[in-house]
Design a protein around this ligand. Structure first.
Ligand code: PLP
Length: 327
């Protein structure tokens, strides 16, 4: 028997479970985010064995919530699933789940233009058969009002520490089981790095490889603007092959900047490239474009005009073909 429909309360997160009907067709279902839904044997919990995406939904001028960069997020989710050999739901099932969640949020709240939701899609390997569970992936979408802290961070700028991730830049190729390019649930190391930074008077982190290349932030991609010895000003980001996540924000910003006439460059980049830069940013879907103002305690230039340009490129959203909205 199907459980009775759940109606989310105003101001609270909206949870959508990705279930299927008797024929295996997607049957997303609203559920109460305040009560447990996972088995204690779920390998997402016991082993961090699973994947996720965090995206942003923004209300347009009519107050309709739309998820940004839908195609890019679902593409990266599928790539992460393939890397983990995980049978994640197909794109159509996610689209139906997100549309249901956005609609439910809109019905429960007075949504105003510009309102923002963080949309988190998660798939775990599911209950452990060895512990008596039925071994099928568990998948859900959680939509939560997004905090506005990034406005203050954008104005102030971030102090970052360079922290060694402890693996060399060849390791991702040599050891694909490290899953460096997949967005897995195993973020305890990333969170520990952020705590280390905060304990040492910084706001965020840029990881480096053991052989000294710039990689990424624990939840962000690094962007740099600098003028090369050839006199050309370029927008740069570290080389993906060094073992970083393919950022959807970086991709959108690069595409728009290229259309605007910017020269682009993909690493390899080293810490000295940060000190000589005209600007350095950490970019990600929910926090957006945040300027870096100090690296390991040394101040670097902050260019608010460039920050505004990069944020405008991100807001323009280069993935207009496949919006999922709360309409
Ligand atoms: N790198 C890592 C490790 C991340 O966790 C994230 C986002 O959470 C990013 C980069 C930025 O990705 P996106 O721009 O797609 O949000």
């Amino acid at each position: 028997m199907r459980p009775t429909a759940f109606s989310p309360a105003a101001g609270s997160p909206v949870l959508v479970l990705l279930e299927t009907d008797a024929d295996g067709a997607p049957a997303p279902r609203l559920a109460d985010p305040a009560v447990p839904h996972l088995s204690v044997t779920d390998q997402g919990v016991t082993r961090g064995d699973g994947i996720f995406e965090t995206a942003l939904a923004v209300a347009d001028g009519l107050g309709t919530l739309r998820m940004r960069k839908l195609g890019a997020h679902l593409g990266r989710l599928a790539a992460s699933a393939a890397a983990l050999q995980l049978a994640a739901p197909e794109a159509a099932a996610w689209e139906a789940a997100v549309a249901l969640g956005l609609r439910a949020f809109t019905e429960a709240n007075d949504v105003a233009p510009g309102d923002r939701l963080a949309v988190r899609l998660t798939v775990t390997r599911g209950p452990d058969a060895a512990a008596g569970g039925v071994p099928a992936p568990t998948a859900w979408a959680l939509l939560s009002p997004a905090p506005a802290i990034q406005d203050e961070e954008r104005r102030r700028g971030l102090r970052v520490l360079l922290l060694d991730r402890g693996i060399d830049s060849q390791a991702p190729e040599r050891s694909p089981w490290l899953l460096t390019g997949a967005k897995t649930l195993s973020y305890a190391v990333n969170m520990a790095a952020l705590r280390h930074a905060r304990d040492h008077g910084a706001d965020d982190v840029v990881f480096t490889s053991a052989d000294g290349y710039l990689l990424e932030g624990p939840t962000s991609t690094v962007l740099i603007v600098r003028t090369g010895e050839d006199g050309v000003r370029r927008l740069l980001t570290p080389l993906r092959q060094k073992g970083i996540l393919a950022g959807t924000s970086q991709a959108v910003i690069f595409a728009a900047a290229h259309a605007d006439g910017w020269e682009l460059g993909y690493g390899p980049l080293v810490p000295a490239d940060l000190q000589g830069a005209e600007g350095v940013w950490l970019v990600s879907s929910v926090r957006g474009v945040l300027p870096v103002r100090a690296v390991d305690g040394v101040e670097i230039p902050v260019d608010h005009e460039l920050t505004g340009m990069l944020q405008a490129h991100l807001d323009a959203d280069g993935d207009p073909g496949r919006h999922v909205s709360g309409d």
